[in-house]
Design a protein around this ligand. Structure first.
Ligand code: ACO
Length: 332
């Protein structure tokens, strides 16, 4: 059986920097509170007219260039994990595919902050099965246009940033030591309402009911403490399962890339697993939480810095709304 490897990674964040001081001007919060509770100093938010597909296109072109392929001719399928779809339908993946022409299949995947790990699992399966030789996974998020920028939404709004991250998953020989070694996924719909946007397009008799919009149902709601507790339990758990299934010891991992929800969560997880801080890479300080784009952005930065050379072992772990969680072990 053949294997699948990550052949390239790319990213794009909007130019517009929004510092904690800028957020202070919008709502009752403080730089001190945000840094202490989340580790975030600034995030990037789109400017007027900038779309999820714009960010995704730039990230995709960078990933494809690094993989040495042409996105217009060399991809077999496009998967776009996102929780901030460009339109109600069709999915953002179609607006990304449009940029490259052609007729390859594409679809969006909804697993929120774990969307990238879920998509990697599917891309791996599609390549290993022989259905496609190359699959693009591009997480792209524009959260900023859907956040409550008043004090009422401060617990959620200060945490999120916009951005896109992409990888090319391509076929390789079964005896190639590089490749996806394991992806393990989990979910618990019981807690779907602990982090969600309670607006249901199919749920209400009239989905455009302005009264419902006035009730601010369109904004994300979060039980922060519940999310925190579950994240710090599930992340070490799923990573340990993935490492064991991959036949890899924790000490062998060169780089740990965790979803960027909160620096405190990641420090807690690293501490619980006795992982030296030098082997964990975080960028939430600069970008905030970019949901499905967080891990591929980390991958792209690591690629840029030459940290993903041949033989390097990387463990990626995510947790998010759903609740959903997952971990992937990959050798470069
Ligand atoms: N600025 C100032 N004060 C705030 C803000 C803010 N932005 N947000 C909340 N507060 C206040 C609260 O109103 C509360 O005030 P009170 O004590 O007078 O009632 C106080 O701060 C403490 O609120 P808590 O919610 O108890 O604060 P906590 O220490 O739990 O930190 C946080 C909140 C950062 C959200 C934390 O619960 C957390 O990290 N949760 C994990 C959730 C997460 O990371 N979500 C990201 C998205 S999900 C994902 O990607 C997995």
């Amino acid at each position: 059986m053949r294997r699948a490897r990550i052949a390239g990674a790319g990213m794009c964040v909007p130019e517009r920097r929004v510092t904690n001081k800028d957020v202070e001007a919008m709502m009752d919060t403080s730089d001190e509170w945000i840094v202490q509770r989340s580790g975030i100093h600034e995030r990037r938010w789109v400017s007027d007219g900038e779309t999820p597909a714009d960010l995704a296109e730039t990230a995709t072109r960078m990933a494809c260039e690094r993989a040495g392929i042409d996105p217009s001719t060399d991809l077999g399928c496009i998967i776009v994990p996102t929780l901030s779809s460009q339109y109600e339908f069709p999915g953002t993946s179609f607006f990304l595919q449009e940029r490259f022409g052609g007729t390859i299949p594409c679809f969006d995947l909804r697993a929120q902050c774990t969307g990238f790990i879920y998509s990697l699992s599917i891309a791996n399966a599609l390549v290993v099965s022989g259905q496609y030789d190359r699959v693009l996974v591009c997480g792209t998020e524009v959260h900023s246009t859907g956040l409550d920028k008043t004090s009422e939404g401060r617990d959620v709004t200060v945490l999120f940033g916009d951005g896109a991250g992409a990888i090319v998953v391509e076929a390789t020989d079964a005896d190639d030591p590089s490749g996806v070694l394991n992806v393990t996924l989990g979910a618990q719909g019981r807690y779907a309402r602990k982090l969600w946007v309670p607006w249901g397009s199919a749920l209400f008799p009239n989905r455009l009911d302005s009264e419902k919009l006035d009730q601010r149902l369109r904004f994300p709601r979060m039980d922060g403490r519940h999310v925190f507790k579950n994240a710090v339990t599930r992340m070490p758990e799923v990573m340990s399962t993935a490492l064991e299934a991959a036949g890899v010891e924790r000490a062998e991992i060169d780089l740990f890339l965790f979803h960027q929800a909160n620096l405190r969560i990641n420090e807690y997880v690293a501490h619980a697993l006795d992982i030296p801080t030098g082997r964990v890479r975080n960028n939430i300080q600069r970008y905030g939480n970019c949901s499905a784009a967080s891990i591929p952005i980390l991958l792209s930065e690591a690629w840029d810095e030459g940290l993903l050379g041949s033989g390097r072992l990387v463990a990626m772990t995510g947790f998010g709304s759903g609740f959903s969680w997952g971990s992937a072990v990959v050798r470069f």
